[in-house]
Design a protein around this ligand. Structure first.
Ligand SMILES: NC(=O)c1ccc[n+]([C@@H]2O[C@H](COP(=O)([O-])OP(=O)(O)OC[C@H]3O[C@@H](n4cnc5c(N)ncnc54)[C@H](O)[C@@H]3O)[C@@H](O)[C@H]2O)c1
Length: 317
């Protein structure tokens, strides 16, 4: 018996969607899956003994009691699929980025308000225990004032992503985390990016300028032949460094080094539990709002413009 009395469908069960399927099944709320690839859903539905559909029309005709849908299809399909779900008054979790276009993000946000449904997006790193610890340290002011953040997200991957480049696919994770930790939005964006192995940009460095000269530097590439996912936060009284993969953080001040110990927890499970709690009416501190997801896309757009023009882009929201 699940602690949540909810029925959820996952749309898109590819490389990432299949993880949502596993976790939602473990949480006892998975009702159905939908994927345009018939072979994919056949193997998923036989593994999890759930209903499967190859198109949205059949999904909505047969599954009348859905509380929410998760959209885990390629980025350029998010808008069309999410709008259809919202218009049916069903809550929706759209994988990141909410859309590659901030105009589409704004339309989805408006639509979600009109139809009074929850709309959120999969900025999972907020739920990483390492980032939750960092957020706590910054809020408690135990290392002083946060001045600078730096992120490195590198790996030789993923050739199957054809619809967007590394900024919309990968850098967006760190853009969201920077906004989350600084608890504000940058007023200026400057970026350089280039293309080596992919059809779109596959390396990028983005500088986000916040008020009072505070800054986040986001370096992402699909070139480095090993997985790197690190961050650092320079504060007035010390520095916090961390690893998204091991979830370890290290706090250095003038006199000592602290490495807090805690259990490893899967960020996806934490993220989905938070979504399920919001569906049952609970206030969830970390849930990404549609406005926050829209801001991330706006900043990614600005980074591409800056990279193409060589000039900084000044933003208002
Ligand atoms: N939060 C994260 O850490 C994370 C990690 C990886 C990917 N993602 C996001 O998840 C999304 C999917 O990425 P992926 O790597 O799983 O891609 P993928 O190509 O492996 O899988 C996409 C799946 O969607 C299906 N699909 C495509 N159009 C469809 C439609 N109209 N209706 C139903 N099914 C459809 C495809 O058949 C495929 O099975 C992207 O938005 C990506 O940015 C997020």
């Amino acid at each position: 018996m699940s602690e949540y009395d909810l029925n959820i469908a996952v749309i898109g069960t590819g490389g990432w969607g299949k993880n949502h399927v596993r976790v939602l099944n473990d949480l006892g709320v998975l009702s159905a899956v939908c994927d345009s690839d018939e072979n994919r859903i056949k193997s998923i539905s036989s593994k999890y003994k759930i209903h499967s559909y190859s198109n949205l029309k059949d999904l909505f005709e047969k599954e009348r009691n859905l509380d929410a849908c998760l959209v885990c299809t390629p980025t350029k399909t998010h808008y069309a699929i999410a709008s259809e779900i919202i218009k049916r008054k069903i809550n929706v979790f759209v994988e990141k980025p909410l859309s590659f276009s901030s105009v589409e993000c704004e339309e989805l946000t408006k639509l979600s308000k009109q139809h009074d449904v929850i709309l959120t997006s999969g900025y999972i790193e907020r739920f990483n225990p390492a980032i939750q610890d960092l957020k706590h340290i910054i809020e408690e002011n135990t290392c002083g004032e946060l001045l600078m953040m730096e992120f490195h997200r590198e790996n030789r991957m993923p050739l199957h992503i054809k619809d967007v480049g590394i900024i919309y696919d990968t850098s967006v994770h760190d853009i969201d985390t920077a906004l989350f930790i600084f608890n504000s939005k940058p007023t200026v964006v400057f970026a350089r990016s280039g293309r080596k192995f992919h059809s779109s940009e596959d390396f990028a460095t983005i500088m986000l300028g916040f008020e009072n000269q505070k800054v986040a530097i986001i370096a992402s590439n699909w070139i480095t032949p090993k997985k790197v996912r690190r961050f650092s936060a320079v504060c007035s009284e010390g520095i916090i460094t961390g690893d998204f993969i091991t979830q370890e953080i290290k706090i250095d001040d003038e006199n000592k080094t602290l490495i807090p110990r805690r259990q490893f927890q899967e960020p996806l499970t934490l993220e989905l539990k938070s979504f399920l709690q919001s569906l049952t009416g609970k206030i969830t501190k970390f849930l990404v709002t549609p406005e926050e997801a829209t801001a991330v896309t706006k900043i990614a757009e600005a980074a591409l413009i800056s990279s193409n023009t060589g000039a900084p882009v000044y933003l208002t929201y």
